[in-house]
Design a protein around this ligand. Structure first.
Ligand code: MN
Length: 231
């Protein structure tokens, strides 16, 4: 096969202890998975079922990236999240199949143009301009499930060393297993699929020059620097 131009390199995430990396094909994001964050957004958690939006793989970057403040916003927000990646095919998965399909966990950032997301809510339009932002899906090294079990680990985020977000993984409304069971009713999940599981409360704006540092106890931290210079 000859292409008219060189295709983009495949984005992949390092996995602790592995020489090989995890190549990504799709990024699913769960909305409102912590009650305290749902409340600060003026809403409630939907306990009937989780719901989703997506981000383009082309907009993913690895932890440690230094990016310009994005265009088209005056209110760019940090959202610190637990991400997981899929390691087996899962379609209409049972609980056991869903649990077995989770391959590794990692720290991630769901950076958001909050003003553009609000436009979408106000006008009943899609959230793409708010959520599918260039450089807005930031992923740290993953840790395989054999080395990390979700319990009450702290999930937190600092901007320039000041803590802004702090929560506990125990406060997630929908667990990774429940998310896979539900999401696999709509998609043939499989290798290359990444899920971001929602953010705890304390989201807020960043500005050019800020450094964002997110942590989950037991996992590698995720970092993003917003450069003062434009590009
Ligand atoms: Mn989010």
């Amino acid at each position: 096969m000859r292409y008219l131009f060189d295709p983009q390199e495949i984005f992949s995430i390092p996995v602790k202890g592995e020489e090989a990396t995890y190549p990504v094909r799709r990024i699913f994001c769960v909305g409102r998975n912590y009650a305290a964050h749902a409340a600060e957004m003026g809403g409630e958690v939907d306990r009937e079922a989780p719901w989703y939006f997506t981000k383009s793989v082309a907009h993913a970057v690895l932890s440690g990236a230094a990016l310009s403040y994005p265009p088209g916003t005056a209110n760019y927000h940090h959202e610190m999240e637990l991400a997981f990646v899929i390691g087996a095919e899962a379609f209409e998965a049972t609980e056991a199949e869903a649990a077995a399909a989770v391959f590794a966990y990692g720290s991630a950032l769901d950076m958001t143009r909050r003003d553009r997301q609000q436009d979408g809510k106000d006008h009943r339009r899609p959230w793409s301009l708010g959520k599918d932002v260039e450089g807005s899906a930031v992923f740290a090294e993953m840790t395989r499930v054999a080395e990390f079990t979700i319990s009450d680990q702290e999930i937190a985020l600092c901007v320039n060393g000041d803590q802004r977000q702090r929560g506990s993984l125990r406060d997630m409304v929908w667990s990774p297993t429940e998310i896979v069971m539900h999401l696999s009713k709509f998609y043939h999940l499989g290798l290359g699929d990444v899920v971001m599981t929602g953010t705890p409360s304390g989201v807020g704006a960043v500005v050019a020059g800020d450094t964002v540092h997110g942590t989950i106890d037991g996992l590698a931290p995720v970092e993003l620097a917003l450069m003062v210079t434009k590009s």
